[in-house]
Design a protein around this ligand. Structure first.
Ligand code: GLP
Length: 241
């Protein structure tokens, strides 16, 4: 695992954007695996700036998002569809048909999981997959105990994950109980994984990631099995080292 320790969140976001923009220069039709949550927001702002100021183009890029809440339609303000449109897609020149996010309100969620796995195989694998990490080590919405052999599936969110994400909803009870997420096996298909972690709340998870062993109780440890992972962490998240 390559480790980049950035001084602060802004520097972390710039480092991540640099790696992504280099990838886009290397291959016109690059495939980007994208994540939601607070951590990649600075990266997305940098990418928007790169598009506006340095003409970085997304015309031929395809994106694959990790996950979506079950039960929220794509216009729900807290859906990851709205998140991605608002935070990135509406501000760059990517054709929306080249962006892919699982549907959390499909009439058959099982069929949606199968469909999305086919999309990953057709469009992907991502040249770069951006990942955040939950305080309990979750990646995407693969909670502790998720199989490392898992593909796209429906998952029940851990209580701590619902609590952590309650800040985005008007009340904690509004946080969906389930999500549709790429499985760990699907995530590991990516050619290069960019794991971002910022802030003291992530320090324990990062310490565990860097000192532990591969174990399904700690989903991020599945990354030990991947040959090309870059961890970009700020000093706050790295401080217990
Ligand atoms: C969310 C997302 C993950 C994200 C993680 C951390 O629930 N499903 O993809 O990486 O939790 O979120 P944050 O970056 O807000 O700490």
């Amino acid at each position: 695992m390559n480790i980049i320790v950035a001084d602060h969140y802004e520097a972390l976001s710039k480092e991540a954007a640099k790696i992504i923009e280099e990838q886009l220069q290397t291959k016109l039709g690059s495939v980007l695996g994208l994540a939601t949550g607070s951590t990649p927001l600075g990266l997305y702002e940098e990418l928007i700036q790169g598009h506006r100021e340095r003409d970085v183009s997304y015309k031929h890029v395809h994106t694959l998002n990790l996950d979506e809440y079950v039960g929220l339609d794509k216009h729900h303000p807290q859906s990851y569809h709205v998140f991605m449109n608002k935070r990135l897609f509406n501000h760059i020149n990517i054709p929306l048909k080249q962006t892919h996010i699982p549907s959390g309100d499909a009439s058959s969620l099982l069929d949606e999981c199968k469909r999305y796995e086919l999309v990953i195989d057709e469009v992907g694998p991502p040249d770069i997959q951006v990942l955040g990490i939950g305080q309990n080590g979750h990646i995407g919405f693969n909670e502790p105990g998720s199989s490392f052999a898992g593909i796209t599936h429906i998952t029940e969110l851990a209580h701590s994950t619902r609590e952590a994400n309650a800040r985005f909803f008007s009340s904690p009870e509004d946080v969906p109980t389930h999500a549709i997420t790429m499985g760990i096996k699907s995530i590991l298909k990516s050619k290069h994984i960019l794991l971002l972690a910022s802030g003291a709340k992530k320090a324990a998870a990062i310490q565990r990631l860097l000192t532990g062993e591969a174990n399904e109780a700690f989903p991020a440890s599945a990354l030990y099995g991947h040959p090309n992972v870059t961890l970009i962490v700020d000093k706050e998240a790295y401080k217990e080292m």
